[in-house]
Design a protein around this ligand. Structure first.
Ligand code: ADP
Ligand code: MG
Length: 736
């Protein structure tokens, strides 16, 4: 039984129009120990025969026997096993991995066959020594001369310790000295192997050849035994072992590092695409999520950074519970005085100086503790009378400006002034919230616990129902514009009467109950009873309201105050996360600015469509770029893949390789993207505000998507490569 036997084998090359004969009717047998020289003119079928023998290309007719076994039923895997175990190739145009060093090229063959790790390098160096390239072992293949490349390839072929070596015009591109060197090298390693060398210059091998085959027009025209061959027996060939993960990892990393420019380019692409997509995605999601948010009827002026937590059993929060809630991921602060931030009326800011007109209607009030220095222009309010407001491009607010903070009282049509403040900064996150200093909020609370919210609500109702009785007639009282103390002006027919030092009982109704306040030392002017409306001086009016409010102190403290917590968060998204995370069996959460408004469902729908369209467009755009670049990069690796295959790498191994490379690339790309975004968030508001919306798992989804996409492209490429024979791939990539 001979090692290789061809029985009337034919191969045709079919193109769309023509069928040409590569070889036909070839019947030959080869054995170990032979050094076969194949000659013949160009186009006579030498390469075709070699490729078929070595399983690099298929055949059409006849039968090829390997070790006595028919091969017509061989699958791709069978051919790969055969090539991987038995065949070493040397091609005319070298087929070396240009981006690798000599050592890496030789090592690769050992790695693919699963050569023991500890002996790998020594073995590779030994082979490099054998082909005389020790001094060049760390040179890049692309920098080598033709002869050096060919010697590297021979070392690589030998690394496999395979019994058959085929060489297709190995000296075709070499000068005669290098050519002679290479032929001698082949002879030196020939001893117990089968060597088949194609050459157009028979003289070069005449001294070594044991047999000469001449081909013409695809057929063998001469087959001459020149020297006797000592019979050899096939010794056990090392089986290809599966590549271990560390070796695969090394392989992948080496590929990435061997082409640093390509890798950096791919990384940059990943970073840009990931970064852009992250920001756009989160911004779109934010607008969709928030499209249906209306304000609560209960708390019309509460910012989205506030939630209210109550215990379902109505009990008071323990210190441990407060600490536990404070330690939750999305929580910034917990305030045990919940009512502090729940405004029933809108709080506004107006310039003190009427010549610098500026007015701002805020969505709510909050504490300076909610501000990060990096989010504001200016400084965080520290002094009692400092506030931060939202930047307002059209208004003329400026840092250092004196402003009045006031509440517009719809019922009385007047304003309730909270005080005069100085703007210490602007909130760049545009939350349209007024931030008071902690000191001010605390001071207000201890001084009779004046709470912006319920205080204003009650005082508004008190003011709108204010009346008193004088001489049997009931008068309604409202705030006027004068400053005279303790003075009431009653508009009438002009009959002048002045009453001083009166005692007047004012009445007001709150929630169906009449409350009374007695004021003494009141003077009444321009008295007449025709119209029934009276105007109080500003100071007097306010002192009456304050008297009333003293009565309500317990009322406005009790119902929210001590059994609720106010939790501050970064925004809507964090608020929702918080609601998801808190134990809903024990706690009930109110989120005033997160109450769905059914009227806005359409709005949300439209926002959704808009987001879908823009994400699709951007996604497709990014996809096209990534796809084009990856495809180009992959195509530029076609030749390398064919070489891996020719050395014995199978489809599964190369599939693992592309996936692993992509995973490494995506992870590194992600780490860099994340670092860049984190660094930039301090300076770029849009990045900061979108990162707030990124959940932990969003990052994983993003990395995974990139990995999957890259891996998918890689696998597709790999599959395509394996649809072709090695020879087809090599000849297709020749021009590239
Ligand atoms: P040699 O190696 O002796 O120069 P080849 O085996 O390369 O000859 O070619 C044998 C014949 O097959 C030639 O006629 C050549 O044109 C044809 N041939 C070789 N490869 C292809 C191919 N990929 N497509 C079509 N015809 C081919
Ligand atoms: Mg040829």
């Amino acid at each position: 039984m001979s090692l290789i036997k061809l029985d009337k084998v034919a191969k045709y090359y079919k193109s769309e129009e023509t069928v040409s004969v590569g070889m036909k009717n070839i019947s030959l047998e080869f054995d170990l120990g032979e050094f076969v020289a194949v000659t013949g003119e160009s186009g006579s079928g030498k390469s075709t025969m070699l490729n078929v023998i070595s399983g690099l290309d298929g055949y059409e007719d006849g039968e090829l026997y390997l070790f006595g076994e028919e091969t017509s039923h061989y699958t791709i895997t069978d051919w790969e096993k055969y090539r991987g175990t038995y065949i070493g190739f040397v091609f005319q145009n070298y087929n070396i991995i240009d981006s690798y060093t000599v050592l890496q090229n030789v090592m690769l063959a050992l790695e693919i066959q699963g050569y023991p790790v500890k002996d790998r390098k020594a073995r590779a160096l030994e082979l490099i020594e054998k082909v005389g390239l020790t001094s060049h072992k760390n040179h890049k293949a692309s920098k080598l001369s033709g002869g050096q490349k060919q010697r590297t390839v021979i070392a690589r072929a030998l690394a496999k310790d395979c019994p058959i070596i085929v060489a297709d015009e190995p000296t075709g591109n070499l000068d005669s000295t290098s050519g002679a060197q290479v032929m001698k090298l082949l002879h030196d390693i020939a001893k117990d192997k089968l060597i088949i060398v194609v050459t157009h210059d028979y003289d070069q091998v005449a001294e070594y050849a044991t047999r000469k085959i001449k081909m013409m027009d695809g057929e063998v025209v001469e087959d001459k035994k020149i020297k006797p061959v000592e019979p050899q027996f096939l010794t056990e060939v090392p089986k290809i072992k599966r590549m271990t993960f560390p070796t695969l990892l090394k392989f992948g990393l080496r590929n990435l590092l061997a082409t640093p420019r390509k890798m950096i380019f791919m990384l940059l692409l990943q970073i840009v695409v990931m970064g852009v997509f992250t920001v756009i995605y989160t911004n779109q999601m934010q607008s969709v999520r928030e499209a249906d948010l209306g304000s609560s009827q209960l708390f019309p002026s509460v910012p989205e950074t506030r939630l209210l937590v109550e215990k379902r059993d109505g009990s008071v929060f323990t210190n441990e519970e407060v600490l536990q809630i404070e330690s939750m991921r999305y929580v910034r602060h917990v305030y045990t005085q919940a009512d502090l931030f729940y405004n029933d009326v809108q709080v506004n800011v107006r310039s003190v100086n009427q010549f610098e007109y500026a007015n701002l209607y805020a969505d709510g009030t909050d504490t300076a503790e909610m501000l990060s220095a990096r989010d504001i222009d200016g400084t965080i309010p520290l002094a009692m009378n400092e506030i931060v407001i939202t930047t307002n491009n059209w208004s003329q607010f400026y840092i250092g400006q004196e402003v009045i903070v006031y509440v517009y009282d719809y019922s009385s049509g007047g304003e309730m002034t909270l005080g005069t403040f100085v703007i210490s900064g602007f909130d760049n996150l545009q939350r349209n919230t007024i931030y008071f200093s902690k000191a001010w909020l605390e001071q207000e609370r201890t001084g009779g616990r004046i709470v912006i919210s319920r205080y204003q609500q009650i005082s508004g109702q008190i003011a709108s129902n204010l009346s008193y009785e004088l001489n049997g007639t009931e008068y309604y009282a409202g705030k006027g514009w004068q400053n005279n103390p303790q003075n009431i002006t009653i508009y009438g027919d002009g009959t002048q009467t002045i009453l001083s030092n009166q005692t007047v009982v004012f009445t007001s109704n709150y929630n169906g109950t009449d409350y009374e306040v007695t004021m003494t030392g009141v003077s009444i002017s321009q008295f007449s009873n025709n119209y029934g409306f009276s105007e109080l001086s500003i100071g007097f009016y306010e002192s009456i309201i304050q008297q009333f409010m003293a009565n309500f102190e317990s009322l406005y403290l009790e119902d929210i105050g001590d059994v609720m917590l106010s939790v501050s968060v970064d925004g809507i998204f964090a608020g929702r996360q918080f609601i998801d995370q808190i134990d809903s069996e024990i706690y009930k959460v109110y989120y005033p600015s997160n109450i769905n408004d059914p009227m806005q469902a359409f709005n949300k729908f439209m926002q959704g469509i808009l987001a879908f369209i823009s994400l699709t467009v951007i996604g497709l755009f990014l996809y096209t770029i990534v796809h084009a670049v990856t495809r180009n990069v992959m195509n530029s690796r076609k030749k390398d893949f064919a070489i891996y295959r020719s050395i014995g790498a199978n489809q599964t191994l190369l599939a693992k390789l592309v996936v692993l490379e992509q995973v490494i690339l995506s992870l590194v790309g992600f780490a860099i993207t994340f670092a860049i975004l984190t660094a930039l968030r301090t300076y770029i508001t849009i990045i900061r505000s979108s990162l707030i919306y990124m959940r932990f798992q969003d990052y994983f989804i993003l990395v995974f998507a990139f990995m999957a996409f890259g891996a998918w492209l890689g696998l597709r490429f790999n599959k395509k490569v394996f649809k072709q024979s090695v020879i087809e791939t090599l000849s297709a990539s020749k021009g590239e």
